[in-house]
Design a binder for this molecule. Sequence first.
Ligand SMILES: [Zn+2]
Length: 379
Amino acid sequence: MDRVLGQPNALDMLARQLTTGRRHHAYIFHGPVGVGKFTTALAYARVLLCQDRVTDLAGQITACGSCRSCKLLTNIAPDSDQPEDSAPDDTLGLTSPHPDLHVIRKELARYSDEKTIRDRKLTRIPVEVLRGALIEPTNLAAKLGGGKVFIVDEAELLNPAGQNALLKTLEEPPAGTTIILVTGNEDRLLPTIRSRCLRIAFAPLSDEAIERWCDKHADDLPKTQRDNLVEFAGGSLGRAQLIVRFGLLAWTDSLYPALDQIAEGRPVADLGQQIFQFIDTFAKDWVDAHAGASKESANKQGADLMWSLIATRARRRIAEGAQRCDRDDPIGSEAALSPWLAVIDAAEQAQRHLASNVNLSVVCDHLAVSLTRGLCAAT
Ligand SMILES: [Zn+2]
């Protein structure tokens, strides 16, 4: 567990759970996507399932690394020196290497006995999957005798019916059962679920942590692109991996100069459709790489990345502008910063429009008009 870097508060809380011996039976690991929540859940499961836990030199309780349980988990909970250094295997949970570690994720629906569930697009964790993979197995005896751990990845994809079905198990779990709900969107869990779990917060990683990842996985990038990658990643290694895997530095290469050009009073033709094409291409590539994935969800994921990219860039320009501002000239300062504030507003508005089901292409065109109007207002 000590190898999962960059989350000292979360790891301290879990270490205390182990040393005091008064462990919670249900947890929510919440925080931004791609900062090590799932990796930490696997590492914690490895300690919980170990048949011969040891106390290390620092006084921390840790997995022995040599019992039968630890050996089964060597490959899926490696002693990685970075959170999510290797992204969790999509098949994990479908073929768990350990009989007492159960990973529940939306992809399990593909293996349902019922055709209607198998054929559904993977946008939710169906309640039937939750019953078969978590609620019913909690009542079975542990195969290796060392307890059972259930990890629900993207737990916010459980609809209210699924969450309600989970309540009783969370309330009175069979002895030796630990349930970990991993979520990047805790607001979508019912208050009744949240109140029954120990909530552990994960923070965005530092830029230095992302830099260290770049040293290993993106060391051939020119300095500007590398800086753009760190900025776009916004403290999420998961996002850094996504950017590299799907070639999203093309977005920063094209849009960063475009935004600066508009800020100089020169509008960019077809900006809305450029933005739309970037999102659409990403969504198509995503669906091609993930069997059963829904294009609509992928569009939304791509769009969220795009709004974040634009808002992050605007925040950077505001921070730089604020340093240059003359404190004795508030009107001049306001004039320098407000165009970029308008860009953030435009990105937030695009997010709201898409959430209310406005067509993506229309949202992108509207965004381009709004941010052009905001940026050009200064010139
Ligand atoms: Zn062990």
